[in-house]
Design a protein around this ligand. Structure first.
Ligand code: CP
Ligand code: NVA
Length: 313
């Protein structure tokens, strides 16, 4: 049987996401009521980090423990990978020893090479190009707060980075409008937008116009991991790309604000917005835990009969 991986958001269908959200709601409810649910006893998750992390590490580690399994965390610099062992050999070895692997790395190509030599499911915990687990949690959070995301408008303000690319894939799957406003030189790569209808992707020169009538405004750091040398230059280039009260004011009155975190108050977002009443960032961060538990359960055990009614995505 083919092993399923989760390397990009588009690896799953909308039907699968509906199932995952149903499971997430059930798993989250048990967690909130302190009811143990341990279907992954004797299973081991290996996590490989080539970049820093707080949320991804804690949510996967806590999630696997809560599901009854064990976790091994590898920082590449402490392993033979840090001394140049080929990624294909690492994949061949560690996937004979563990049941599932999560990787945070640089180019998407690295995780694809790992997956091609893996015997077990591989999950993308962020690459330069994508961050699917983030948008899995974000869309769950949107639906939890506001109901179906279909037909809504999500505005992305800032760098057309890994998180932005992943929102774009989600727009097609969930059928929402995706507005993007990025400074010159930091726009979406043309080939990424190629297969998108105008209803799923609209590019704006002016961030205020991108935010107008949006149901959700979201942003991310001006400088992603791996681009630190450009920090000072980016501070100049992104100066107009701060989500502030004025920007929230042109969105719909019930618009939410989201940010994958970590945030830099006074840069990509003002404190008044991220710490204000429309911000969903703490629920968004928490939902990484619950959605990823559903994801690991699905990748390891397949579909489990659910009791609730189906989610309207
Ligand atoms: N949002 C997110 O992935 O956070 P970390 O970098 O802390 O894992
Ligand atoms: N775009 C950011 C996301 C961090 C979670 C980065 O890649 O650093």
């Amino acid at each position: 049987m083919d092993v399923r991986h989760y390397l990009q958001f588009k690896d799953f269908t909308r039907h699968e996401y509906e199932y995952l959200f149903e499971r997430t709601r059930w798993i989250k409810d048990l967690f909130k009521r302190y009811v143990p649910y341990q279907p992954l006893r004797d299973r081991t998750l290996a996590m490989v980090f080539e970049k820093h992390s707080t949320r991804t590490r804690v949510s996967f580690e806590a999630g696997m423990h809560q599901l009854g399994g064990a976790v091994i965390t590898l920082m590449t610099r402490d392993t033979q990978m840090g001394r140049g062992e080929p990624i294909e050999d690492v994949a061949r070895v560690i996937t004979r020893m563990v049941d599932i692997v999560m990787i945070r790395t640089f180019e998407q190509e690295i995780i694809e090479r790992f997956a091609a030599h893996s015997r077990v499911p591989v999950v993308n915990g962020l690459t330069d190009e994508y961050h699917p687990c983030q948008i899995l949690g974000d869309i769950y959070t949107y639906i939890e707060h506001r109901g179906s995301i279909a037909g809504k408008t999500v505005a992305w303000i800032g760098d057309s980075n890994n998180v932005c690319n992943t929102w774009l894939q989600a727009a097609k799957i969930f059928d929402f409008n995706f507005h993007v406003a990025s400074p010159a030189g930091y726009e979406l790569e043309p080939e990424r937008g190629e297969s998108y209808e105008s209803m799923h992707l609209e590019i704006f020169g002016d961030p205020i116009e991108a935010a107008r009538d949006a149901d959700l405004i979201t942003t991310d750091v001006w400088t992603s991991m791996g681009f630190e040398k450009e920090t000072e230059e980016r501070k100049q280039d992104f100066a107009r790309y701060c989500v502030n009260r004025g920007m929230m004011a042109v969105a719909r009155p019930d618009a939410l604000f989201m940010h994958c975190l970590p945030a830099h108050r006074g840069e990509e977002v003002d404190a008044a917005v991220i710490d204000g009443p429309q911000s969903a960032v703490w629920d968004e961060a928490e939902n990484r835990l619950h959605t990823q538990k559903a994801l690991m359960e699905y990748l390891l055990l397949g579909r489990i009969k659910t009791q609730g009614e189906l989610w309207s995505t």
